[in-house]
Every structure is written in C-alpha cells, then in structure tokens.
Design a protein around this ligand. Structure first.
Ligand code: APR
Ligand code: PHB
Length: 390
C-alpha cells in the first residue's frame, strides 16, 4: 500500500489530521492498535477551546458539537467554604469554552472518516516506522500472520504517550522533560444532573475535587487520591461521601448522587519530548506531550499541533513550500510549553501536596488570595483557560 501521510494512532489527533488533509486532497492511512469500540469506550476530558472547535468545523465535524456542546463563559474555584467565579468572557473580551466530551469528538471524527471512505485500519499490531530519516519512510503492521507495508512521504506519530513513534527517535536526539505528581484523579461518570451549571474546581485540605459535566443529565466528578489507591478501594458511596466533604456546603447539599457508570484513576503527569520532528517523522498530541488535567489543556494542546501540521502539509503539497514542516517542532513546542506552564500552575494552586512545607502551604493560599484580588491575575488565568492563540 502507498499513501502520502501515514498516521500512527486513531485518537483525536490522528483522526482530525487525517480528516483535514483529506479535505485538501491529501491521502492518509491511519493505523490504530485497538478496535474502534475500545477507543470509543475511553472516557476523557470534556472542555474544548474555540481554536479546537474551529478546527472541528473546518474538518466538517462540528455539527453535533455545535448542537449538543454547551458554551461556558465561566467556572468556579471553591476554597475555604467559599465559591468564587472566574468570568472567562469578561476577562477575555467575550471568549468562552465548549463543554463536549472528547469521546464524542472522537466518535464524530470516525463518522466523518467513514463518510469520506477514509482508510483507518483497526487492530493493527506491531506498528513500526522505518527509514524515518530518509525521504521514503515506510510503516509496517501485523494483520494476523501477515506483515503489511505502507510506503509514505511522511509519517505522523499520533499514538499517545505509550505509542511507538516517540521511541523511534534516536536516544541521542530525543530529550524528555517530566514531572510526576504524587497523586492521581479518581473520576466517576454518573447519569445524574450536574450539581452546578458551570464547572467547580475545589481546593480542600483533604484534596482537590472537580465537578464537571457532559450534559444536563450526565455528570463527571473527580477527587484527588493517593497514587497507591485503586478503583476497588472506592465504592460509589465512599466516592460521593468524600466528594461532598471537599465541596462548599451549598454545593454538597445540592449534589445528586447515583450509580457510577464509569470509574477510573488517572495519575497526574507533565511530560514533553523534544524535538517533535525527526527526519520525516512528526510527533503530535499525547505522543509528544501530556499535562495534568487540571487546566483542561490535554486535547487543546494536541489541537494546536494538528493545526500547525495540517497547514504545513498543505503548504508542502500545494505550493512546494516546506517552511511549515521545517519550523513545526519549534512552533508547536512554543505553545506546548505554555500549556505545560498553565497546567502545572493550576495543579499547584488547587491540590493538596503531601509532605509540603508550611511555607509552601502559605504560598498556595496567597496565590489564591492574589488571584481573586487582581483583575490582571484573573485575566491571565482566563486567557490561558480559553486557549492562547495559535
Ligand atoms: N500503534 C498504533 N496505534 C497506537 C499505538 C501503536 N503502537 N499505541 C497507541 N496507539 C493508539 C491508541 O490506541 C490511541 O487510540 O493511538 C491513539 C492515541 O490516542 P490518544 O491517546 O487519545 O492521543 P491523542 O490522539 O494525541 O489525543 C490527545 O487525548 O489523552 C488525551 O489529554 C489527551 O485530550 C488529549 C488527547
Ligand atoms: C472533564 O470534564 O472530564 C474535565 C473538565 C475539566 C478539567 C478536567 C476534566 O480540567
């Protein structure tokens, strides 16, 4: 088989790029390790910035997002029994975010690829990039007993944090930067009305909590837990009781509980790999960088990579202009690091850190006091939360 851009990974990054390139007449093949059911069974975050939403519309995948997604122009930060609102619109000249599940984004992208007759190969085992430092890179994957080969002009590694693409970059070239946080988030999805029409990020001595939502009948809640905890340690009753303890009284009092329909623990990690290009392999999304979920930057950070890559490939194929490809890594990383900084800052502001000094605890309180006493500080938070410009 032959294609122009071979894409490893059928998550949101790989699918969005594939769809955008298709609309520009550029051929792609997506190789996904898992089945579609598996990919669509993963519950991920649900806050989209408008830059991402615009890309979805450009990809002709925005219809359901625009119909079912909710525009949020603010959210709450709760601390010390109080709840303060961050007015995103007021501090960004009218900007906002869209609450729409990433799982739904992925579903819409798959539908679009189906409609266009795009090639997405599921259950592709042992995917490997070859000759990435040449102008004729190729991919192999195993289909049962057969090894199949795909010749490409370029390869995009959109295969997430645990993928194979990043590992194909030689050790003496690849640099990795990482911070691992000493806790995780236990998340519960429940078919209950959300406790608040807007998200509530709660700071509490017992640990952070977040009230989020997917729709008016579907809620998503999280609590900070030690890394040693497992899902089996947390019955639904224990989860709801702990969540209530960490919320201001009025919020806890309004919480409607119900059986969990999904429950999982995700460790919190910040990670960046540099460079994001090696030869004719380009990394995008979680394959190159991940953030703790506190700032809702994960998918949005992947989207800017896709934006830059998409335009770079179009310039290459349409105009023979390689400037975008040559500057991809540098441009993408500049924005990636800003999302890293913001996610680290939000995480540090709101979590309870074991073995923290009393000095650091005071600083955290002061940071929060300063935030709500300064329009400039709130504007900085809002500007980052709605997404910095590409
Ligand atoms: N071969 C083929 N596919 C692979 C391989 C492999 N060796 N390894 C992983 N994959 C697939 C995974 O099964 C997954 O479907 O690559 C896909 C990567 O998807 P994501 O992990 O969702 O990453 P990405 O598309 O970059 O999306 C970024 O996901 O985790 C969130 O916070 C993150 O919201 C952000 C978004
Ligand atoms: C979610 O709804 O899953 C969610 C929302 C905001 C975050 C993280 C996760 O910061």
């Amino acid at each position: 088989m032959k294609t122009q851009v071979g894409i490893i990974g059928g998550g949101p990054s790989g699918l969005l790029l594939s769809q955008l390139l298709h609309l520009e007449g550029i051929d792609t093949v997506v190789l996904e390790k898992h089945s579609r059911e598996y990919v669509l069974g993963r519950i991920r975050a649900g806050v989209l910035e408008h830059g991402f939403a615009k890309l979805m519309r450009e990809a002709q995948c925005g219809e359901r997002m625009d119909r079912e997604g909710e525009i949020h122009d603010g959210f709450y930060i709760a601390s010390g029994g109080e709840r303060l609102r961050v007015d995103l619109a007021a501090h960004t000249g009218g900007n906002s975010v869209i609450v729409y599940g990433q799982t739904e984004v992925t579903r819409d992208l798959y539908k679009a690829r189906d409609r266009a007759g795009g090639t997405v190969i599921h259950n592709a085992e042992d995917v490997r990039p070859h000759d990435i430092d040449t102008t004729s890179p190729w991919l192999t994957y195993r289909d049962g007993d057969e090894i199949r080969r795909i010749d490409c002009d370029f390869i995009v590694g959109a295969d997430g944090f645990h993928g194979v693409s990043r590992k194909a970059i030689p050790n003496d070239v690849l640099r990795e930067f990482e911070r691992v946080y000493p806790f995780g988030w236990l998340g519960v999805l429940s078919r209950t009305p959300p406790v608040s029409p807007e998200l509530v990020y709660a700071r509490h001595a017992r640990g952070f909590a977040l009230c989020s939502l997917r729709s008016q009948v579907l809620s998503r809640y999280y609590i900070q837990v030690p890394l040693t905890d497992t899902v089996e340690d947390w019955s639904d009753e224990a989860f709801w009781a702990e969540l209530k303890r960490r919320l201001p009284e009025d919020v806890a009092g309004a919480l409607v509980t119900g059986p969990s329909i999904e429950k999982s623990i995700a460790p919190l990690r910040s990670f960046v790999a540099e460079p994001m290009r090696y030869g004719n392999l380009f990394l995008a999304g979680d394959a190159a960088h991940i953030v703790p979920p506190t700032g809702a930057r994960g998918l949005n950070s992947a989207a800017s990579d896709i934006h830059y890559l998409y335009h770079a490939f179009v310039d290459h194929y349409r105009d023979g202009d390689d400037t975008g490809l040559d500057t991809y890594s540098q441009k993408a990383l500049a924005r990636v690091w800003k999302a890293q900084r913001f996610s680290w800052w939000m995480t540090t502001l709101l979590h309870s850190f074991p073995e923290r000094s009393t000095y650091d605890a005071k600083l955290q309180q002061t940071e929060l006091d300063y935030l709500f006493s300064s329009d400039s500080a709130l504007a900085s938070l809002a500007e980052n939360y709605v997404g910095l410009p590409y």
